[in-house]
Design a protein around this ligand. Structure first.
Ligand code: GLN
Ligand code: ZN
Length: 754
């Protein structure tokens, strides 16, 4: 198979989704992990997928195909294997497939490496563990093996490496040393890797350095200079690849590194294009990331062409390369089979076609440009996306819509009087075990095998059972259990206007885990009440307060593909308005406590600190817009799944939620110090039960955590709850753990009273 003849400007891809269009890699991994298939079978599937993806990219006429972008689990872990810097606690010497997965996945014997978000995407990588002990013994088997595979197909390959300085910066020290002290050995390892590629006759290597679009400490800027000075001696050409934002103040640094090419994100940061082009050295190639690798909307080809034409004139076509803004890992495979939003979506395959059209140019691919323009016009004018009433309502929002009636100090006694709760009230975060039976019934209902009436009857039984169990355990504030929800975002998206759902729009979240985010394509509104029926029903079964349970506007936004034709802030406000109406209905149905979960609030933080204030401002406004319409005696809770609050605490405080619950059991209440320092006035439920494991924490352990909390917080401030929802747990352990939790609370109350 030969690559297509290129157009007037060459194109490249920075990386392709690897899980497989039918999620073949997921199935292969999971059956291998279960011991149902042999290693050879897994590796065979992986090879087939790589070949299929290369052929697809070759057919799209790409001049350079990415190699080594494939991973069995994570590309950061692969980079560590490549340079021989995997943590010694998993063993030493050549990394076997078994050891590779031991580093990636928790087992009974050992906790895996830590996982965290890849920049501002929803992909998660394994965090490098830096220590002076690392051997830095280079292992190029995977890299060179995949290079040979691609070449065997007759394709021109451009290997992808995660750059050394980004790799260093993404890791954490596990001994007392400064990771920067490892730089010389790290650079030496990379020189060996690049040397091996040069020996194979590789012309170009893509070196990903997305940290260049973040705020860099001076020492890391220096690390860039050191590393790339060492690489300048090598015969391979480096494409220094930056994405997810503008180089900004790091532009002179990036230009000074003397690489043969520079890739920039012209979608997120179109404003940088001219200054980059002006700053290039005479022989440097510009790779223009002009097709959005992060979102699923069709490109505007003629707008891209407007960007490309002057660059072509300035640099010459031979010094220009067209590419997606970043790896296509963050978008699904193929929109062709989707019934929704026909013609508006561009997944990985469509993005390759867009690149091909751009490479040919409007003169060469006129019909494609005309069709693209027609679709963009159709999308811009679609009645289904514009709801004048929603837009007017958002325009007319006033100060008062973002503020509770009275300040917390005055609301608190009103809420106390209304709710009559004991000191240290006990509650949960919302979901209770989603048993196999719950999931089976939902699937049967979705497939049409179980009618709505029977399904809802089943859900009512589950809810009633859940209320009885919570009463028996002795919890003070109950929840309905969220049995009707598949996913905390999808459930709300399905009940709001402006959202669409694909059938195959999967993207990798980590390892074999994929998500299918809803697509926000139009103005958001709420055609009917969503959760009120369930909350009212649950409340009718008990005299204790039942908490209403909603997902917050920022989390709904963060975990969806968002329209790119209006500001995100506006979409957030539209969602918030819909939730505000829902909260009003819950209140009218007699619900006295309403929780609005915002686990993704912190995730949305921009990569650059200078942009934080703007984001946090609209994000917290959206939360207050949703929640501030209630009576002062109605109690608003919020929940976050993390404990890193130090840098966002003022924003958290500005949510003005009456009660904030969060994860804290594992870190043993460490984050409470920040709350004490800042003098957080409202109520807090620091988690005392780590729900990530089946372990049942003994009463004494939870009491110990409460004691720690009470060293920092006033007793009237403290709630007692688990770290997060319980949907992944099983009933026996949940019942035992919550019983212990209630006993711990009682013991502490007795102590405070005495
Ligand atoms: N209410 C949700 C639950 O309990 C919250 C989940 C979350 O914080 N991610 O499942
Ligand atoms: Zn949570």
């Amino acid at each position: 198979m030969k690559q297509f003849p290129a157009g007037r400007i060459a194109t490249a891809s920075l990386g392709f989704p690897r899980i497989g269009q039918q999620r073949e890699l997921k199935s292969a991994l999971e059956s291998y992990w279960k011991g149902q298939t042999a290693e050879a079978e897994l590796l065979g599937t992986a090879k087939q997928l790589r070949e299929r993806h290369w052929l697809l990219q070759g057919e799209a006429g790409l001049a350079y195909l990415p190699v080594n972008d494939f991973s069995l689990y994570d590309q950061v872990l692969d980079a560590l294997v490549l340079i021989g810097a995997t943590p010694a606690r998993f063993g030493t010497g050549e990394v076997t497939t078994e050891r590779y997965f031991a580093m990636a996945r928790n087992s009974r014997e050992q906790t895996a490496m830590e996982m965290t978000k890849w920049f501002d995407t929803n992909y998660h990588y394994l965090v490098p563990e830096w220590s002076a002990e690392l051997p830095f013994a280079v292992d190029t088997r995977k890299l060179l093996g995949e290079l040979r595979e691609a070449r065997a197909l007759g394709l021109r390959a451009r290997p992808v490496l995660l750059g050394p300085v980004t790799l260093l910066r993404l890791g954490k020290p596990v001994d007392d040393g400064d990771p920067l002290l490892l730089l010389p050995r790290l650079v030496e390892a990379y020189v060996a890797v690049l040397g091996a590629l040069a020996a194979e006759g590789v012309e170009w290597v893509q070196v990903d350095e997305p940290c260049l679009v973040t705020d860099l400490p001076a020492a890391y800027a220096e690390a860039y200079r050191t590393a790339y000075a060492a690489f300048s001696q090598l015969s391979v050409k480096l494409m220094l690849t930056t994405y997810f934002g503008a180089l900004g103040a790091n532009l002179p640094l990036a230009l000074s590194l003397g690489t043969a090419g520079l890739h920039i994100d012209a979608v997120r940061a179109p404003e940088q294009v001219q200054s980059v082009a002006d700053g290039l050295a005479p022989a440097q190639t510009l790779s223009l990331g002009c097709v959005d690798g992060r979102n699923i909307w069709l490109a505007d080809l003629s707008a891209c062409e407007q960007l490309i034409k002057p660059l072509e004139a300035q640099l010459g076509a031979e010094r220009l390369l067209l590419a997606p803004s970043c790896s296509l890992l963050h978008v699904p495979y193929d929109a062709a089979g989707e019934a929704v939003l026909p013609g508006w979506l561009a997944f990985a395959q469509q993005k390759l076609e867009e690149l091909r059209a751009l490479s040919l140019g409007e003169e060469g691919a006129g019909a494609v440009f005309a069709e693209n323009a027609r679709r963009n016009r159709e999308r811009a004018r679609a009645e289904s996306s514009i709801d004048a009433a929603v837009r007017t309502a958002v325009d007319k929002l006033e100060q008062q819509h973002f503020r509770r009636g009275r300040p917390y100090a005055q609301r608190a006694p009103m809420q106390r009087a209304r709710l009559g709760l004991p000191l240290l009230p006990t509650t949960t975060i919302g979901s209770f075990p989603q048993t196999a039976e719950v999931r089976q019934k939902r699937a049967a209902h979705r497939k049409g095998h179980l009618d709505l009436e029977a399904y809802e009857q089943f859900l009512r039984e589950q809810t009633a059972d859940c209320i009885r169990r919570q009463e028996a355990i002795g919890l003070d504030v109950l929840v309905h259990g969220e049995f009707e929800r598949n996913d905390m975002v999808e459930y709300f998206a399905e009940h709001l206007r402006g959202f669409a759902f694909t059938s195959g729009g999967w993207v990798q979240s980590y390892g074999s885990r994929c998500v299918k985010p809803p697509i926000i394509y139009g103005d958001v509104s709420r055609p009917a009440a969503i959760t009120v029926g369930w909350s009212r029903y649950a409340q009718s079964l008990t005299s204790r307060p039942v908490k209403g349970m909603l997902t917050g506007p920022v989390t709904i936004l963060q975990w969806s593909f968002v329209r790119d034709d209006i500001p995100e802030r506006d979409t957030a406000f539209q969602i918030a308005r819909a939730l505000r109406d829902e909260i009003g209905d819950l209140e009218r149905a007699g619900i006295a406590i309403i929780q609005v979960d915002e686990p993704a609030l912190r995730e949305g933080l921009p990569l650059r600190q200078a942009e934080w204030a703007y984001y946090l401002n609209w994000a917290t406004e959206a939360f207050r817009l949703a929640t501030s319409g209630v009576a002062d005696s109605t109690q608003i809770h919020t929940h976050m799944c993390y404990c890193a609050f130090d840098d966002v605490l003022p924003a958290i405080a500005s949510l003005d939620a009456d009660v904030l619950s969060m994860e804290s059991a594992r870190s043993r209440m460490e984050m409470l110090d920040a709350f004490r320092r800042e003098g957080y006035p409202n109520e807090i439920g620091p988690g005392v039960y780590d729900i990530h494991t089946p372990r049942i924490p003994p009463e004494a352990e939870m009491r110990g955590l409460l004691e720690l909390a009470l060293e920092v917080l006033r007793p009237e401030q403290v709630w007692v709850n688990p770290d997060c929802g319980l949907k992944t747990r099983a009933w026996p352990e949940v019942t035992a753990a919550l019983t212990n939790l209630c006993r711990a609370a009682e013991a502490m109350r007795a102590r405070l009273a005495g």
